[in-house]
Write a protein that binds this ligand. Structure first.
Ligand SMILES: [Zn+2]
Length: 352
């Protein structure tokens, strides 16, 4: 048995290792949920009017009842539960989607060391897997034993993108450059925040997440604090596996206006773009080399994590192949006939 949180081996009969139990469930021992997916949709229907979680994927809020069981709630929910969704147009392989999101979030936290929302898989009463994540817009104040709401603003809101001043697809109409400039403006500790943001963009590119749009990045602050920080990473998965016809790369463009020579020739982002993006948002050479070194030296760890995930074998193979292709032929690809000022080429030559 592998932990439904971190995917490490645990004793038979357990669902979560002690560390995940502590991070996710305040140390409570967890069993499968006491309801199934049919019940989920019944509750979802009843609560849809009152729910405050945005997005189109079916989800409900959960919190602990007095018996320490996770049950649906429409007030002060501390968890979000997402089951395997119903069929939508053009979507395929949905039976792997919750395991895919869980794995992608684990790559974010375990390999990329990005501050990532706590997450895991959990079983419905009939054994079907769902994805569960702990809300970070509610934090528990242990000394006063009460739940404190955290101010959260996604980047559509921060940048004031709406369907009125843009099109209906407004959340896809910005660029990561624009987000980065805003981080510099609103986050006090913007240097580490921009490095974190850069890693998130690279991660989305490598795992084939075409849905990293404005609403999937947020800033947060505790109610009694004045300064914002970048929220934990959330809502990331290898979307290309479920929407193979989708041709978007990440959701947003890298640049507001700029186009590199290699992009002009190839039609997709390569090293020249990612180095220029790093330079534009102020990532120092040493830091960039370090980020690339981690990515290049952790390929086996990524493969091992994929292998230990709960996805089907077909999905695992696709994830690995896609990741390798994007690493070799996209992120670290460059053409000698299009020279550019590279900071990290030595690191890449050394570890690729
Ligand atoms: Zn664990």
């Amino acid at each position: 048995m592998r932990c439904y949180g971190c995917l490490k081996d645990i004793d038979k009969g357990l669902y979560y290792c002690p560390k995940c139990k502590s991070n996710l469930f305040d140390g409570k021992s967890m069993k499968p949920l006491n309801f199934d997916k049919t019940e989920f949709y019944r509750i979802r229907g009843e609560m849809s009017e009152k729910m405050s979680i945005s997005g189109v994927q079916d989800k409900i809020s959960l919190s602990f009842n007095s018996n320490n069981e996770l049950v649906p709630t429409n007030k002060d929910g501390r968890y979000i539960l997402k089951p395997i969704p119903r069929e939508h147009d053009n979507t395929v392989n949905l039976e792997d989607i919750v395991q895919n999101e869980h794995l992608s979030m684990q790559i974010s936290s375990q390999i990329f060391k990005i501050n990532t929302a706590h997450n895991a898989l959990i079983e419905f009463s009939d054994g079907e897997l769902a994805y569960i994540t702990k809300r970070f817009d509610y934090s528990l104040n242990y000394s006063e034993k009460k739940i404190v709401k955290v101010d959260q603003e996604d980047f559509a809101s921060v940048l004031e993108y709406t369907s009125e001043n843009h099109s209906k697809a407004y959340k896809y109409e910005s660029s990561y450059e624009e987000c980065a400039l805003k981080i510099k403006e609103v986050v006090a500790a913007y240097i580490p925040a921009l490095e974190d943001f850069y890693k998130r963009v690279v991660l989305n590119y490598l795992i084939g997440n075409a849905d990293a749009h404005l609403k999937n990045f947020s800033i947060i602050r505790d109610v009694d604090r004045a300064d914002y920080s970048l929220s934990p990473n959330y809502d990331i998965l290898y979307t290309k596996y479920h929407l193979p016809k989708e041709d978007a790369t990440m959701g947003l463009e890298l640049f507001k206006e700029h186009e590199t020579n290699t992009f002009g020739a190839m039609g997709y982002y390569t090293l020249e773009d990612f180095e220029l993006f790093a330079e534009m948002i102020g990532i120092k050479q040493k830091r960039l080399e370090k980020i690339y070194k981690v990515i290049l030296t952790s390929r086996k760890q990524v493969h091992d994590l994929i292998d230990s995930s709960y996805m089907s074998n077909t999905a695992k193979e696709s994830y690995k192949e896609s990741y390798e292709t994007r690493l070799n032929r996209c992120l670290f690809y460059y053409i000698d006939t299009y020279p550019f000022r590279s900071f990290a080429q030595d690191t890449i030559k050394k570890y690729l």
